[in-house]
Design a protein around this ligand. Sequence first.
Ligand code: ADP
Ligand code: MG
Length: 541
Amino acid sequence: MSTYGIDLGTTYSCIARLDSNGNPEVIRNNEDDSNTVASVVFFENESNVIVGQAAKENVETDGDRVVQFVKREIGKREARTYEFDGKTYTPVEISALILTRLKNLVEDQGGTIEDVVITVPAYFGLEERSATKQAGELAGLHVLSLINEPTAAALSYCARQFQEDRTILVYDLGGGTFDVTVLKMSMTQNNSGRDVQKITVLATDGDDRLGGKDWDDKLYNHILRACCDDNGLTPEEVEAETRQDIRSKVEEAKRKLSKKQTAKVRIDVNGSRTEIAIKRADFEQMTSDLVARTMNFVDATLEKVPAEAIDTVLLVGGSTYMPMIINAVEEKFPGKVQQHDPDQAVAKGAAIYASMLVEEVDSLSAQGEETSGDAPHAEQLTSKFTVEDQTPRSFGPGVVDMNGAKHKYVLENFIKIGEKMPAVFTKTYYPLEDNQELVRLRAFENISTDDTLIPSVDEDGNPQATDPAHKVKLLGELIVNLPPNTSRDTPIKVTFKVDASGVHVEAVNTKTDETFETFLRTESDIDVERSAVHQLRISSD
Ligand code: ADP
Ligand code: MG
């Protein structure tokens, strides 16, 4: 089987396939004696680029030649680039290096790799998705599809414990990100009339700056302080080598504390050896605020989907090995918490999905041929599921709401997160004023499932620096020119269409039948004089 699932993670990546019995298995990273590969790239010199644990070990000493957390940059509008030995690398190219390392794991063990499914966070917008796909292609992989990480985790869980309709909350705490997603599994019929389980995203939220690294940082500071106390030093007097020594031992100590009540680390403090013992209880106390932050996101999600509706809570991500996380989630959802290989579940689910897709193609080409009695287990497993291509975010225009005493600028969510793609929605609006010369129709994406949003955008419709609650992002602007003497009662029909290739916006002046579809995407294109007058209004008549 040459079909694989890849979890391209912020801090660790993982690759899996189905074994001959149809059960998902991870390809071992023998070099690092691990199931995962650190998503870290070290540009040692012109001819040597290292990916994985060996790259990670250079973070403190050679930090300016190391790239990590590149997933946070991929597909960003103003993506940064990296420069080494006169060559410039984009986030897509760095990600391709990590994917190449995963591909090599397979090939080094005598396997061949062709078709892959790569996972992405549920909150990834369309640009991040297409950049991820590009990275796969650049690594010489044929990307069958992408799949949302929580959906993949749910697939790998349901493959072992199949049950009809149910609602699953996926709590994914990785190395650098925290995501909470609610999924609904429900029975439906596929194209050939077979009963299959459909997976739909109901809500998703999280923080792309909250993860295991924050626990590492707390532990680092704790050990540094202890080293100072034991040696009568101030933090400023601690040498760089000592800091590096602490840094390189922190993650291991954290992992030990997931298993044991105490972890001991030996640090060379300015030449003299110091042993520090850390108690799990102390570690839990110093990081309790971080646990609380993740639970705040869970609570916010429970405002959209009530806790009683959740049947199962799945713990995903390496950081959920920490007992403090298991306990906090268990306390909120007694008896509902499940955890199975949290650092591999996403890759395994992607492998299941990849073979589902290949199987679909095979069964189409078999044109209704009877399957033999001894069909592999994989087929029985995967034919139980269907994953719809769903909109990763909500989309809609910014318009003026004339109802009430004060005009409000609102976002109307035409298409909501989790809708089946392609998704299309049309609505008629009107110019704000008589004789208006043009409309700057702005399109937004966000993670709210509300019909309308009064977001933190200024009166010209520019999203403010951040909108943490709804992650509102301006996608671009459509200029609709209006002929002279256009009355404010002229209906302008606005259509949004979202498919895997992106968002398409169209406006039709129904008086003249003129159609506008040139959507300006980049900030510099739309950075012209803005005016609140250039808006459309929701009819208030
Ligand atoms: P990603 O963030 O890339 O999705 P993972 O889900 O593999 O990656 O999570 C990586 C994080 O999990 C790292 O911060 C790592 O230190 C942490 N981690 C892995 N194993 C353990 C463990 N046994 N105890 C505590 N933390 C762990
Ligand atoms: Mg992950």
